[in-house]
Each structure stands twice: as C-alpha cells, then as structure tokens.
Design a protein around this ligand. Structure first.
Ligand code: GSH
Length: 211
C-alpha cells in the first residue's frame, strides 16, 4: 500500500522532493497539479499547505508537511539517515544542514527571476531587480564552484541530499543563464543531471513541450 503522497508542480521546488523520493526509491503517490491558483489555492490544497505552495507531502502519520527542506530532513532521517542524510553527531551533519539551507538562499534569487520573467506584467518588470537578483545568484554559484574545486560533491563523504537540494537550485538558475566560467558548477550539474533519479523528476517530454 502506498502511504506517502507528494504534491507536485512540474519544475517547481517540489522537483527537489520528487528527485529525493526517486533517489530514496520508496513508494509514493504523486499528486501533480498545474501551475495555477485554482488548484494551489483550492480549499482542499490549502488544508495541506496553508500558503498553497509546493512541495507538500502527507506521510503515514497523515499530517501534512510543507517546506521542501523540512521534508528533505524528515525523509532522510526516516529512510537514509547515513546515506543521503547525516545524523546529528555525524562529523558532516553541520555542513549537511548548511548546504541544505544554502540551496534556499540560491532558490530565492532564482524564484525572483521567475517572477520577473513569467509572472509580472511586462510593464511592471524591473531590470534593476532582475540584474541584482542575477548577480546575487551568481555570487552564490561562485561559492558552490569554490567548494567543488577539490571534490565531486558538497560533502567529503559523497553524494547526499544536500546535492539534491543545491542541484535543484542550479537547475532552476540555469533557466536564466549558463554559469559560464564556473566549470566546477557545470561539471557538477552534468554529473547530477545524468542521475536516473534526476531524469525521472523532469516533466514528461510531452508535458515539457506544452508548457
Ligand atoms: N521555501 C518553500 C518555498 C515554496 C515555494 O515558494 N514554492 C513555489 C514553487 S517553486 C510555489 O509553490 N509557488 C506558488 C505560489 O507562490 O503561488 C519551500 O522550499 O518549500
């Protein structure tokens, strides 16, 4: 019996959770919604996530959980505490937590660019905001680039959910520009995006073409 439900909108923060679920290889039911407020702000969905955003999950305890990085921590704790996760007390636990949160620092800049480009009417878009947010995203990517100068993944111990979280934010950032010159980031993204679990979290080709 499938116990876990995952609420997803293609190419949104819920891709982070979908990719993680695919890496974990645990059974779940995907509830896919379109990018529209009719679904995201419906009373049924607001009962799951009071802000009407994605991702959210409902696990076996039947209590909804939202915020992608809280979901990451809970799922890793339950299903892969010493693999994709790191436990409190593990030497890499502080850094694991840090890179998880850093992924949201990056995603907030990318989300602002998504709003500027897709959701704000052209006459209200601001090139000053778009330039500032792009520069701040590049600064964050430079931090990742330096971190990867002498390692394949963010942690010495190898691939973890921190790479899923940050990898999704790079994926989102790449919608706007190629981080040219940041060769470590580009190699890293290539490694991450070749993973079957990443591939399985992309929209189906027909959906991508429509959308
Ligand atoms: N910090 C939250 C951000 C969630 C979030 O803003 N998700 C976006 C998609 S990337 C969303 O659902 N936006 C719909 C809306 O704001 O109406 C998380 O990481 O889960």
């Amino acid at each position: 019996m499938v116990k876990l439900r995952h609420f997803h909108v293609a190419e949104s923060r819920s891709m982070r959770t979908l990719w993680l679920l695919n890496e974990l290889g645990i059974p779940f039911e995907g509830v896919e919604m379109p990018w529209d407020l009719k679904h995201l702000r419906s009373p049924d969905y607001l009962a799951v996530n009071p802000l009407g955003r994605v991702p959210a999950i409902i696990d076996e305890d039947a209590r909804p959980l939202f915020e992608s990085l809280a979901i990451t921590q809970v799922l890793c704790w339950k299903h892969s505490p010493d693999g994709l996760g790191r436990r409190p007390g593990h030497a890499e636990w502080p850094e694991w937590l840090q890179w998880l949160q850093f992924s949201e620092t990056m995603a907030v800049h990318a989300a602002c660019l998504v709003q500027q480009k897709f959701f704000i009417a052209p006459e209200s878009q601001s090139s000053a905001v778009a330039n500032l947010e792009s520069r701040r995203l590049v600064k964050a990517l430079e931090v990742i680039d330096r971190r990867l100068a002498d390692r394949e993944y963010l942690l010495e111990g190898g691939f973890s959910a921190a790479d899923v979280a940050v990898g999704y934010s790079i994926h989102m950032g790449k919608l706007f520009f190629e981080p040219k010159g940041l060769v470590n980031v580009l190699d890293y993204y290539e490694r991450l995006s070749a993973r079957p679990a990443f591939q399985a979290s992309l929209p189906a080709p027909s959906a991508a073409a429509e959308g």
